[in-house]
Design a protein around this ligand. Structure first.
Ligand code: AMP
Ligand code: ZN
Length: 488
């Protein structure tokens, strides 16, 4: 049986205006922040992500004084969706249930070992001085190890049962270890990923760089910054003003760009080349198929449209088919990738004997028009609201599609030709752009250091908008936040 499941991604629900969150709101007063382990030199969290089809666990260690962070563990197991041509929700829950505990067992073996002291009480972590209280230690993988200071987990948005697998496990760990729980927003975590990247770079810095970095614990990029979140489940342009304030400037009307790319790839790439695939993520193959040897920007032979009028011209292939730029006749802050997929499908269906070179040509222009559509909404946002954009120096491009080099090239070229060359494009490494638990750990770290954790009764949130202007009040509008008040 071949069932064409819609790709249900956690992030797809994130921006729903109907994402009301039941419960009381926490009124946030800026009070002095206390967090468990503040007196120690680093903060350690174990994080779980299970909002969609990836079961992910990470362990992150951060030095609050310098902002440097280290990933001690970061791994994921993806459910096998080949029979379903997309994410099958039930299949993914089964996969989480099977994969999470073994993954956690592996992760615990990466916790820093603690050396027992000869006196029999206290202990000191390798490389660190000072006694460690017994309550900060646990036994795992045959050794005494440092216990995480708190457990982080994705609370939403996402598929409820999938989220619940991770959330319930995280609650169990937090209860057993007697440490706080931090339930974070998956989309907030995507938006904060570049700050994780800069924290990891600080840890990897040379001694000279490290002493310079040590003078500031500020994370890069600084707020405000723009993020283009482009993945299998979402296409969002977000203005991040603070840890909790992420305003959605444009979003998908229908399917996400990654979904569109996967569909177009299936239609355009010859079946013989798809046959060897062991997953349904066709994006990387589509990029290689379109540009088998592009290594440098000039290899793309790309001329950016100098004006909006150029951008919306119908593309005539000269081979008997055309492609119309997306939402050409409107400046609505939306993305229409379903409409574009229909156009591409019509071209392919009309030419069943299309040769490989023509298929490659079609793949190149499919990507070009899709990526120019992304750029067009970014340019509209920059132009239409210059006050809101004051201080913005960075455009973060995150999500699985962000690893596409042609996309980065098109964005950079279009920003430059339209007078925004001062904006830096920051693209986190692909492994941190796709769903992962390292980004969840980082979001938990930032929330925790800002003074927040979650009560143990929190429930998964299928919808949880990141925008405080949305119904439900955004990240801090969710019930269950508690303020850290004691130093454990
Ligand atoms: P995510 O939902 O963030 O895990 O990202 C997965 C999506 O990114 C899938 O739809 C992939 O096909 C897409 N993707 C990954 N790599 C690329 C690439 N190099 N070019 C285009 N799309 C990609
Ligand atoms: Zn995601």
């Amino acid at each position: 049986m071949s069932v064409a499941w819609a790709r249900l991604r956690p992030c797809a629900a994130a921006h729903s205006p109907r994402g009301a969150v039941a419960g009381r709101r926490l009124v946030l007063a800026r009070r002095p922040v206390f967090f468990p382990g503040a007196s120690r030199r680093t903060l350690l969290t174990l994080a779980i992500e299970s909002s969609c089809d990836d079961t992910c666990v990470a362990i992150l260690d951060k030095r609050p004084t310098t902002g440097a962070a280290r990933l001690l563990f970061n791994r994921k197991i993806t459910s096998d969706n080949r029979d379903f041509r997309g994410v099958h929700p039930l299949n993914a829950v089964v996969s989480h249930t099977a994969a999470l505990a073994p993954l956690l067992r592996d992760a615990l073996a990466s916790l820093p070992e603690v050396l027992a002291r000869a006196s029999g009480h206290g202990g000191s972590e390798r490389g660190e001085r000072g006694p460690e209280d017994a309550r900060h230690r646990l036994w795992a993988a045959g050794a005494l190890r440092r216990k995480p200071d708190f457990v982080t987990v994705t609370r939403g948005p996402g598929m409820t049962s999938n989220l619940a697998t991770g959330l319930n496990t995280a609650k169990g760990l937090a209860a057993a270890w007697d440490v706080p729980l931090v339930g974070v927003n998956h989309m907030q975590a995507h938006a904060l990923t570049p700050r994780l990247v800069s924290a990891l770079a600080k840890d990897a810095a040379t001694p000279a760089q490290a002493s310079e970095a040590a003078s500031t614990d500020a994370h890069e990029p600084a707020f405000p910054f723009l993020s283009l979140l482009v993945s299998g489940g979402h296409t969002l342009l977000v203005l991040s003003r603070s840890l909790y304030d992420h305003e959605i400037l444009a979003q998908a009307m229908n399917i996400a760009i990654g979904d569109m790319i996967d569909k177009c790839a299936r239609n355009i790439i010859p079946a013989s080349e798809l046959a060897g695939m062991d997953n349904v993520m066709y994006g990387p193959l589509f990029e290689r198929f379109a540009f088998p040897s592009a290594a440098k920007p000039e290899d793309y032979d790309y001329t950016p449209p100098a004006r909006r009028a150029d951008e919306i011209k119908i593309f005539d292939s000269g081979l008997g088919w055309t492609l119309t730029p997306l939402l050409a006749s409107t400046s609505a802050m939306a993305y229409d990738f379903a409409g574009f997929h229909s156009q591409v499908l019509r071209v392919v269906e009309a030419r069943p004997d299309m040769g490989i070179e023509e298929r490659r040509f079609l793949a190149q222009h499919t990507m070009r028009l899709a990526f120019e559509h992304l750029a067009s909404r970014l340019l509209l946002a920059l132009k239409s609201n210059p006050e809101a954009m004051e201080g913005v120096r960075t455009v973060v491009v995150a999500g699985g599609v962000a690893s596409n080099q042609y996309l980065v090239h098109i964005l950079r070229s279009m920003l430059a030709v339209r007078g925004y060359e001062y904006l830096t494009i920051n693209s986190p490494p692909p492994a941190l752009c796709t769903d992962n638990a390292a980004m969840i750990a980082w979001a938990g770290m930032e929330m925790y250091e800002a003074g927040y954790s979650s009560n143990m009764g929190i429930l998964p949130l299928r919808k949880w908008p990141v925008d405080p202007r949305a119904e439900g009040g955004g990240i801090m509008g969710a019930d269950g936040w508690v303020q850290n008040t004691d130093d454990r």
